[in-house]
Design a protein around this ligand. Structure first.
Ligand SMILES: *[C@@H]1O[C@H](CO)[C@@H](O)[C@H](O)[C@H]1NC(C)=O
Length: 175
C-alpha cells in the first residue's frame, strides 16, 4: 500500500510534469495570413476572444511593413488610439511577441487612422492558476478560418492529451 507521503510526492511529480511539458503555442493574429489590416467588423477581437492564451504563447503578425506596423500600448492609448508613445513598436513584416505575463495586452496599428477604423487587438493571457485548473486551451478549432491553423491547433490538443496519459502512466509506475 502506498503511504500518503508517496501519494503526495507522486502528485507533485505529476503536476510538475504537466507544467513543464505544457506547450507554448504560436498564434497567427486574425487566424490567417495578412489579417492585420482594417477589419470589416470586430473580427480581430472576436478572433482573440475565442482563444485561451497562456503564458509562454506567442503572437505573430503578418503584414506589409511598408503600409503598417504593430504598436503595443497602454489601455488608455488603446482606447483613444494614441500612437505617440507606444510601449513597443514593431515594423518588420512578421512581428513575433511572446506573452510573458498574465493579464491584458493591448495592440494597435501604427498606420494613420487604422486604429480609429478598428485595427486594434486585446489579448488576455490566463493566469498560471486558471491554466493549471485545466481550462481548455482552445474551445473549438472550428473558429479558425484557415484549415491549416485548425489542424495545428488540434494537433496541439492531441499532444497535450498524450502528455497527460504519459504522466498518469508514470505516476502509476511509482506505486
Ligand atoms: C497621446 O499620448 C501622449 C503621451 O502620453 C500625450 O502627451 C498626448 O496628449 C496624447 N494625445 C491624445 C490625443 O490623447
Amino acid at each position: 500500500m502506498a503511504s500518503s507521503r508517496d501519494l503526495f510526492l507522486s502528485s507533485v511529480l505529476l503536476m510538475s510534469l504537466f507544467l513543464t511539458l505544457s506547450e507554448a503555442r504560436e498564434f497567427l493574429v486574425g487566424g490567417k495570413p495578412n489579417a492585420w489590416k482594417i477589419p470589416s467588423s470586430d473580427s480581430l477581437n472576436k478572433w482573440a476572444g475565442a482563444l485561451r492564451f497562456q503564458i509562454g504563447d506567442s503572437l505573430v503578425w503578418n503584414y506589409d511593413s511598408s503600409k503598417d506596423s504593430v504598436l503595443q500600448v497602454t489601455k488608455t492609448d488603446y482606447e483613444t488610439c494614441n500612437t505617440s508613445s507606444p510601449m513597443a513598436a514593431y515594423k518588420d513584416d512578421n512581428t513575433r511577441v511572446k506573452l510573458e505575463r498574465s493579464g491584458p495586452y493591448h495592440f494597435i496599428s501604427g498606420a494613420e487612422e487604422h486604429c480609429q477604423k478598428g485595427q486594434k487587438l486585446i489579448v488576455v493571457v490566463m493566469s498560471k492558476r486558471s491554466q493549471f485548473m485545466g481550462i481548455s486551451p482552445a474551445p473549438s478549432p472550428v473558429k479558425f478560418d484557415d484549415p491549416a491553423m485548425a489542424l495545428t491547433s488540434s494537433a496541439v490538443v492531441l499532444k497535450r492529451g498524450l502528455v497527460a496519459i504519459v504522466g498518469v502512466l508514470m505516476g502509476l509506475a511509482l506505486f
